[in-house]
Design a protein around this ligand. Structure first.
Ligand SMILES: [Mg+2]
Length: 260
């Protein structure tokens, strides 16, 4: 029995501004038959902005169907340390918005209790400098995700993990928490919100060491698509923890292989 299908976004539903052919149509078809959810390591947008973003590719979703690393970072800080903390952010608007809205965070430049890092396409030396200063003066280090790259139409661009690497190297500190996949924090939260058990859910992703590892660890059925980062030849070389249950060319065909 499949109670929910959870789609990764980058490399599965779209590549940059380009929707992957047939995926929006397949999602609309599946939405009539089961719960369709979305989970992304990307922390540049809030859940609400993702609803608008998905609409651009012809996909209907509501806010609660979407789990992002931005929402996850805010909840992690609030659950573990409490609301209203002073936070320095290297990241984009969505990360700021969720930290303020969901965790009541005060966004500060210095004397931060937390440095939260996500993908920031306007990252500067000055931001890294402030991040480093806050870390060495005792702030906790929360990383939205450790993705080395971000798949785009023209190839890979530096990801949030690449930005964090500069701070890790400079400060000699490792992140206190990494919220995004392959950590199971986001998927656990999403499935709990929808009262779905992992063994009744399917995860569709494009990265073996991120998506498939997470799905295998939590006990979901894992489907690898070849429209993003992983190639068929990578599957053979992958350790057991990262081996997908099913490999298909594109998420446009996912219903067929899981019998929906
Ligand atoms: Mg992906």
């Amino acid at each position: 029995m499949v109670s929910a299908i959870v789609f990764d976004l980058d490399g599965v539903v779209y590549l940059g501004a380009q929707g992957i052919p047939g995926v929006a149509g397949e999602i609309a078809r599946l939405q009539k038959r089961t719960k369709v959810l979305f989970l992304t390591n990307n922390a540049t947008k809030s859940r609400q902005s993702y609803v608008h973003h998905l609409a651009r590719y012809g996909i209907k979703a509501n806010k609660n169907d979407v789990m992002t690393a931005s929402f996850g970072c805010a909840h992690y800080v609030k659950e573990k340390y409490g609301a209203g903390k002073r936070v320095f952010v290297i990241g984009e608007q969505g990360l700021h918005d969720e930290l303020v809205k969901e965790a009541g965070a005060k966004i500060v430049e210095k004397n931060a209790e937390f440095v939260v890092v996500g993908l920031d396409r306007q990252v500067t030396y000055e931001k890294l400098d402030k991040g480093l200063h806050n870390l060495v003066t005792g702030a906790k280090f929360i990383l939205a995700n450790s993705d080395p790259t971000l798949p785009r139409e023209h190839g890979a661009s530096p990801g949030s993990g690449a930005i964090a690497a500069a701070l890790i190297y400079a400060s000699g500190k490792k992140p206190d928490a990494v919220i995004g996949k392959p950590s199971v924090y986001l998927i656990k939260k999403l499935l709990q919100m929808h009262k779905v058990k992992p063994r009744e859910a399917v995860f569709v992703g494009d990265r073996l060491e991120i998506d498939i590892r997470m799905a295998n660890e939590i006990g979901m059925k894992s489907v690898l698509v070849l429209t993003g980062v992983a190639k068929r030849s990578d599957v053979k070389r992958a350790p057991k923890s990262d081996k997908p249950g099913i490999v298909i060319e594109s998420a446009a065909k996912v219903g067929k292989v899981i019998g929906i």
